[in-house]
Design a protein around this ligand. Structure first.
Ligand SMILES: Nc1ncnc2c1ncn2[C@@H]1O[C@H](COP(=O)(O)OP(=O)(O)OP(=O)(O)O)[C@@H](O)[C@H]1O
Ligand SMILES: [Mg+2]
Length: 410
């Protein structure tokens, strides 16, 4: 059999592996010596001749295995084992009892206290060596597993962090890009206007200003001011949308709502805020469904989805209609907001939640509606949202919500 590898001591290339440490505890020095001599070449044997000494050495030297005599004056082996297992520093050190009492009852007691094995005295050297080797190997494998798990957790945490940073970076880049366009236009128009005003001023002061100079300046002034104004308005709209992402739950507090009533009210609010848009809603919800949730966030989510149905689902001018349907699930409700409009092309489906994805850039759309919806559902409402759509087959937003949200942010 090959020599056991070190337990608990990682081996680095080139460095000899440290020997595993075994603490031998027995009140009879002759037994301690015999066991030590037996194990010594393969392991580092440490010794204690009473319970207190055993506890102190275990805590101080962190052995990989303890061979513990049961029958000792004062604190017996059972008590030592009990205390070892009660101390987080020593609880994981495997304990093997070495004892002259071989009744089953004693074995049961030792194992119940957390020992992993029993060796009966008088012991067979070959058997003791083999068992110690096996237990050390087991300890080594367990330590390696614990270490891999720890590394895995650390890797997972850093991956999650990296993903968060990446999407934050993506969002910041998107915000900068979107704001940059209108601000750039406003800046160009304003500086052109400034330059032309300087020119006109100079003509005026030198008494050379003609009527045409003034007329052309006034016309330029009007165009440039229009551009500056519309660009700044666009910037203000963008900033407003960005704020909606950041303050998804700021002014909202938890409340119990009757879902059916809430859905009808949310649609009523949307319709009165959008008098020029024609959208019919059919709400179906079982009676007395009560949710503890953030009501304003739920309303905002519904409004975002209604906005999309009204804006995108029926481009041909047909009467726009949306079905809002609630089904009870094991943990809460499934809310389906469905239209029967044009649907979404398969290649766009993967992008609909992405910040700034819109199929209608340049028509006043920003591409943040579904990003806001996603954030509202996952972080404020503690639920999930998926969009199902086929070209020509309509679009359904399927939202799963828990019956009770208990804390603010997830
Ligand atoms: N009900 C729907 N029917 C058809 N297409 C939809 C529907 N809902 C969303 N879409 C598609 O998904 C895209 C992304 O929607 P999202 O709400 O995120 O942005 P947007 O509506 O284009 O812009 P914003 O909401 O910021 O003004 C839309 O541009 C549209 O192409
Ligand atoms: Mg939208």
């Amino acid at each position: 059999m090959s020599a056991p590898t070190a337990a608990g001591a990682p081996t680095t290339a080139g460095a000899p592996a440290a020997k595993p440490k075994v603490l031998v505890v027995d009140d009879q020095p002759v037994n301690v010596k015999a066991l030590g001599a037996l194990l010594q070449p393969e392991v580092d044997a440490l010794f204690a001749t009473d319970g207190a000494g055993a506890l102190a050495k275990a805590a101080q030297l962190a052995p990989d295995l303890i061979l513990l005599d049961v029958d000792m004056p004062g604190m017996d082996g059972y008590e030592v084992c009990h205390r070892l297992k009660a101390d987080p520093k020593t609880a994981d050190i495997p304990v093997v009892f070495v004892t002259g009492m071989s009744q089953t009852q004693d074995e049961e007691k030792g194992l119940a206290l957390g020992a992993i094995d029993y060796i009966a005295k008088p012991f067979q050297p070959a058997i003791v060596k083999a068992r110690v080797r096996n237990h050390l190997e087991l300890k080594r494998s367990r330590d390696a597993l614990v270490e891999s798990y720890r590394r895995l957790e650390a890797t997972q945490a850093s991956l999650v962090q990296a993903e968060k940073m990446a999407s934050l970076g993506q969002l910041v880049a998107g915000v900068a890009h979107e704001i940059n366009t209108p601000l750039g236009v406003a800046l160009t128009a304003a500086s052109h206007l400034f330059e032309r005003a300087g020119f006109l001023d100079e003509r005026f002061r030198s008494g050379r200003m003609t009527k045409t100079d003034l007329e052309s300046f006034l016309s330029l002034h009007k165009n440039s001011s229009d551009l500056v104004l519309s660009s700044l308005e666009r910037s203000a709209v963008l900033v407003q949308r960005f704020k909606q992402i950041a303050t998804a739950q700021a002014q909202d507090s938890l409340a119990e709502i009757d879902l059916g009533t809430h859905l009808i009210d949310a649609f009523g609010l949307w319709a009165s805020a959008n008098p020029d848009r024609d959208l019919n809603a059919d709400v179906s919800c079982p009676p007395d469904v009560v949710l503890q949730t953030f009501p304003a966030a739920l309303t905002r989510l519904l409004h975002t989805l209604f906005d999309n149905v009204a804006a995108h689902a029926y481009p041909g001018g047909e009467t726009a209609a949306v079905d809002v349907r609630v089904d009870i699930t094991g943990s809460g409700v499934e809310l389906a907001v469905a239209d029967h409009g044009v649907g979404i092309a398969p290649e766009a489906m993967a992008k609909v939640f992405d910040p700034f994805y819109t199929a209608r850039r340049g028509e006043g759309f920003v591409g943040l509606g579904l990003t806001i919806a996603y954030n509202l559902v996952t972080s404020t409402l503690h639920g999930t949202i998926v969009i199902e759509a086929t070209p020509g087959g309509g679009t359904t937003a399927r939202v799963n919500l828990p019956s009770r949200v208990t804390s603010a942010v997830r």
